[in-house]
Design a protein around this ligand. Structure first.
Ligand code: NAD
Ligand code: UDP
Length: 389
């Protein structure tokens, strides 16, 4: 492999990366990128490895092109004495491990807080004590609600970007009341961000914090009843994919009026690779990673996914593709929502020269093609099984 150069024209040395949560959605894409396009080594840690099994072993037992540059360690960071040793063996730690599905935030708030704050503490501590660089995955949800959401519906300032665009170094973090347990996740993520920032300020920890804005693509979450629990509620891409695969209506929570910007996982992974390989430009920064051009309401997303799925599957969409449900019915007590999420891209653009590329239509087309190829047959089989009476 020809020597890789960083953004300042210096050769990039091969790194050993301790990736915690390597078996998840983002981890699987990052491992793929690192194996296919770089000389770096990965020590992958997770409780599951299904999403990276194609990188660990070839189906016919032949040697994979990246040889032994990836190792998997099945472990739970809550209680495993191997964690510090693995961090010590690495040049860089990337922490992706978290409970990060909204259906859990109000129904399993303790697990959510422990996972996103308490369980991340030893990782930060070992990095700080051993002088290891840390890239920590936070979330756009730390911004909470926009300032504009508190203005009357038809107030003209709602149209002013300074009332809704989310800027790393300017925007406040606005969460709902404590009974709205939805915010347990955002609050835990905010506190771990503050702790990492303080470790940087007081003890010199080299860190980068990533705030993903709705990264979506193949292998995200699970399809209930196929590769996850039948009653499980994944994030919106998988919920809507599941309904489309089963020819059911897509459920719109509280009218589907919330707005999101969706980014293709492969665009976002390019940004993470730039952070990995350009420490001098990435250290000490918090980066929004999203696509401000791909904004839709959840209702528009549902309508678009129904159209795209019809194209890739060849099946006509339902006459009425969506149905309204209340958030209480769908998520239970204590749910609340982020109203609008537009990332400001100034900092990442200036530091890393990165911009997202893929349109919402294109990313839905490749993702739903994957969903159809991966799950349509399995869904047909489960749906044709007689139900026991
Ligand atoms: P994911 O659930 O697919 O991946 C998380 C992985 O961490 C899972 O494989 C899980 O098994 C593992 N994990 C959790 N707890 C663990 C533990 N105690 N020990 C070992 N492994 C553990 O989620 P993802 O979408 O890949 O998200 C990764 C990170 O990015 C999370 O921190 C999440 O909060 C953040 N994030 C993602 C998005 C997004 O758009 N996908 C948005 C905001 C924030
Ligand atoms: N949502 C929905 N129907 C579903 C799943 C989610 O209307 O079947 C909505 C949810 O209320 C939220 C948005 O879709 O407004 C995005 O939800 P997701 O779970 O992907 O995570 P979030 O962006 O809120 O972190």
């Amino acid at each position: 492999m020809a020597s890789r150069m960083d953004l300042d024209g210096n050769p990039i040395k091969p790194l050993t990366i301790c990736m915690i949560g390597a078996g998840g959605f983002i981890g699987s894409h990052l491992c793929e990128k690192l194996m296919n396009e770089t000389p770096h080594r990965v020590l992958g840690l997770d409780v599951y490895s299904d999403k990276i099994k194609h990188l660990l072993q070839s189906p016919d037992g032949s040697v994979l092109p990246w040889g032994d540059r990836i190792q998997f360690h099945k472990l739970n960071i809550k209680q495993d004495s191997r964690l510090e040793g693995l961090i010590k063996m690495s040049d860089l730690v990337i922490n992706l491990a978290a409970i990060c599905t909204p259906a859990d935030y109000n129904t399993r708030p303790l697990d959510t807080i422990y996972s996103n704050f308490i369980d991340a503490l030893p990782v930060v501590k070992y990095c700080s004590e051993n002088g290891k660089r840390l890239i920590h995955f936070s979330t756009c949800e730390v911004y909470g609600k926009t300032i504009g959401s508190f203005l009357p519906k038809d107030h003209p300032l709602r149209q002013d970007p300074s009332f809704y665009v989310l800027k790393e170094d300017v925007s406040p973090c606005i969460f709902g009341s404590i009974e709205k347990q939805r915010w347990s996740y955002a609050c835990a993520k905010q506190l771990i961000e503050r702790l990492i920032y303080a470790e940087g300020a007081e003890n010199g920890l080299e860190f980068t914090i990533v705030r993903p804005f709705n990264w979506i693509g193949p292998r995200m979450d699970f399809i209930p009843g196929i590769d996850g629990p039948s009653e499980g509620v994944p994030r919106v891409l998988a919920c809507f994919s599941n309904a489309l695969l089963r020819r059911q209506q897509l459920k719109l929570v509280d009218g589907g009026q919330s707005q999101r910007t969706f980014i293709y996982i492969k665009d976002a992974i390019e940004a993470v690779l730039l952070m990995i390989e350009n420490p001098a430009r990435a250290n000490g920064h918090i980066f929004n990673v999203g696509n401000p051009n791909n904004e839709v309401t959840v209702r528009q997303l549902a309508e678009m996914m129904a159209m795209v799925y019809s194209k890739v599957s060849g099946e006509a969409p339902l006459d009425v593709p969506t149905i309204d449900v209340s958030s209480k019915e769908f998520y239970g007590e204590g749910y609340d929502d982020s109203d609008k999420r537009i990332p400001d891209m100034t900092i990442i653009n200036k530091q890393l020269g990165w911009d997202p590329k893929t349109s919402l239509w294109d990313l839905l087309e490749s993702t739903l093609t994957y969903q159809h190829r991966t799950y349509a047959e399995a869904i047909k089989k489960t749906m044709s099984k007689p139900t026991s009476s």
